[in-house]
Design a binder for this molecule. Sequence first.
Ligand code: NAD
Length: 450
Amino acid sequence: MSGQVPDSNEKDVNIAVEAAKKAFTSWSVTPAEERFRILNRIAELIDASLDDLALAETNDNGKPLWLSRKVDIPRASANFRFFATGIMHFATESHSMEDKAVNYTLRQPLGIVGCISPWNLPLYLFTWKIAPALAAGNCVIAKPSEVTPVTAFLLSKICQEAGLPPGVLNIVHGTGNITGEAIVKHPGIKAISFTGSTRAGERIAAIAAPKFKKLSLELGGKNPNIIFADCDWENMMRTSIQSSFSNQGEICLCGSRILVEESIYEKFKTEFVERTKALTVADPLEENTRQGAIVSKVHFDKIMRCIDTARQEGGRILCGGHSVRPEGRCANGYFIQPTVIEGLGPECHTNQEEVFGPVVTLQSFRTEDEALHLANATQYGLSATIWTQDISKANRVAAKVESGIIWINCWLLRDLRTPFGGMKSSGVGREGGWEALRFFTEAKNICVQL
Ligand code: NAD
């Protein structure tokens, strides 16, 4: 299946900003009830288009169709519904100075904001940025990944049908270095909300920081999955397979470094490898497929190079390590066997660099301190998972792991009200809940003498 998508340039971004400027005058003062009504309608229309959107997402990205239907598209409508209702409850602070004065904070929309998203969870992450920006009264210039643009295009039609006024949301398609940078550089765009690689995040920060733009950067991860001997074995094992390989390992929150207490290391290894080998790598449209296609040839080549590097570094490939050619219509697709590697130390390339594919490493530890040392031994700090039945140990370790998001005895359990984001090279700022509405508004303090 092939298609074409516009390759927009700076001029297109200028046109989008002009349209947004016109729309901002009325959208910024549109009552919250009306913004709620339109955004909620968008959510309803996304739900009504579930089949079409899920198929488009799978065709574009390669993920299993059941996953698009169960996770990606329902989350896109949930994002709109969540921030539509959120803006109805958004309140600002007041600080009383006894009988002298009262301060109150106005949180006003920033103006025109830029939202740039990646290809791994295309509509899910695109809407995660757009929905709070619109709810807060901003006009948006949004760019989906050039690798997976189709559901963003379909969303534009849904927004029109829902009655979102022209110019409020402007979806611009194109590449990162041309279209993306034109958005980041544009003086009329006040804030950039970006999700993607740490490399692109660095570039965006370098351009935007001297212009004093507000920045939210959600970047890469190399997340530890820390498994203590006293864990709930079955729950840990089932969830670790998901946290390693869901969406072909192309989720920023996947636990790509599995750290296992030495006393259970051999048992873990045997069972984990056995379950990994049982994952069906096949046509994403088939119901029993557990591993779909890698998103692109470029990314496929990158993952295969990472596996070669692991071999060269002395890693032992316990399973996987090769590409797969499924029978039928996907015979020429980009499929990779889920891969488990052991024998590599924390400092090697494979345990330092994000692969963003179906590749995990195993390392063992003896003590809690050693587990923490391994967990924190990368430049990244996005998420971590901790498995133990000892709740004191779990909380102790959680407080010391350098990650913005920690799951204890679970993974990817999401409450949209919680702060979402990473520390260290995994990003700056937090998304979700009030954090997102605060990011997309400018706080202004007004002091009234009594
Ligand atoms: P990417 O950085 O290549 O691209 C992401 C988006 O940014 C795309 O729309 C791209 O066109 C655009 N872009 C690229 N360079 C740009 C530039 N110089 N200026 C402006 N825009 C630019 O990332 P990707 O390959 O699409 O996605 C995978 C990466 O995203 C992984 O590193 C993954 O960890 C990360 N990610 C992070 C989170 C999170 O919440 N922290 C979530 C999902 C993905």
